[in-house]
Design a protein around this ligand. Structure first.
Ligand SMILES: Nc1ncnc2c1ncn2[C@@H]1O[C@H](COP(=O)(O)OP(=O)(O)OP(=O)(O)O)[C@@H](O)[C@H]1O
Length: 297
């Protein structure tokens, strides 16, 4: 799909295939185009070009039956402030055939104690949990979560992650999540797409993305003269063995660090910055040339 706002291109041919039952994270920095992508998939925004199918339908033409199969947790719902939590949930449940039981759902998202409270009195994190409850009350097959844990404290974040895992693994819900939190993507996602400046830069499982990093393992040590040394290598075991042989004894301050998902991500984001800086000087790149497709085998 492509998207431009007032002639400015913000999605340059984003190509994604998300499988049924998968938790898929769209990871990228501010302004990368995550929300725009999700809004197109939800049917809330008209794309400029390309072809999109969500649960077999073009979201621009999704009817009520299609919409009932999709759950949305938007970045902010700020209406319904005067409703009480349980009332609001019970009201939303009436929109669906075979909804979840509101009381059981409140327990699931950890809001049983707030059932009688007005929505406007909830804390930011509690409000977000209510958003999730509203998103899943209709038993959706597919759930969109746009930056769901913004403003959560660590405990709320952990509980929310457990909830998403339960929905995905026990109920088979397909989840598309956007985040700029690497740890969240790594924890929750079966696969991650890194979206930078409207282009997919890499797709794969968290482990595949981390190990595909050209950023190789880093070995650090202090040499016989007391100088700190560091070297990047694809074969840290061999380097450490050679160091031991050369020193014929222990190596001071030896440390081997593996490339992380963060290394890959920061490299993608920086490369984009470098490419943009160099574009005027003829250093540009072809579309897709920098995409790192990682096989999901
Ligand atoms: N309604 C709009 N009109 C014009 N430009 C927009 C509109 N919505 C988004 N944009 C621009 O499109 C680009 C992508 O925005 P988008 O909100 O999709 O990014 P994002 O990855 O979700 O960012 P964030 O992590 O900050 O939420 C940005 O440059 C943004 O300024």
């Amino acid at each position: 799909m492509t998207m431009s706002y007032g002639g400015r291109d913000v999605l340059h041919g984003v190509d994604l295939d998300i499988r049924r039952g998968e938790v898929f994270a769209l990871l990228g920095p501010n302004g990368a185009g995550k929300t725009t992508s999700v809004e197109i998939l939800e049917g809330f925004r008209r794309r400029s070009g390309g072809e999109v199918r969500v649960l077999g339908a073009d979201p621009e033409r999704g009817d009520d039956a299609w919409r009932a199969r999709v759950g949305l947790v938007l970045q902010s719902w700020r209406d319904h402030g005067r409703w009480r939590v349980a009332e609001l949930l019970a009201h939303f449940a009436t929109y669906y055939r075979g909804p979840r039981d509101p009381a059981a759902l409140l327990a699931l998202v950890g809001l049983s104690e707030q059932a009688g409270q007005r929505v406007e009195r909830l804390s930011g994190g509690q409000r977000r949990r209510l958003d999730v409850a509203l998103g899943i009350v209709g038993h959706p097959e597919l759930l969109f979560l746009d930056e769901p844990t913004t403003g959560f404290d660590p405990r709320a974040r952990r509980e929310f992650h457990a909830l998403v895992e339960r929905l995905a693994h026990e109920e088979g819900v397909t989840v598309l999540l956007t985040t700029h939190d690497l740890a969240e993507a790594e924890r929750l996602a079966d696969r991650i797409a890194m979206l930078v400046a409207g282009r997919i830069r890499a797709i794969g499982t968290p482990a595949e993305l981390a190990s595909s990093a050209a950023a190789r393992a880093e070995v650090r040590w202090t040499d016989a003269e007391g100088t700190p040394r560091r070297e990047r290598t694809g074969d840290p075991s061999r380097l450490v063995w050679e160091l031991h042989r050369a020193a014929s004894g222990p190596i001071a301050d030896l440390e081997v660090s593996r490339p992380s998902l963060e290394d890959t991500y920061l490299r993608m984001v920086h490369r984009e910055g470098d490419a943009a800086a160099g574009a005027g000087g003829g250093v540009g790149h072809q579309d897709g040339a920098m995409t790192e497709e990682v096989s999901a085998a």
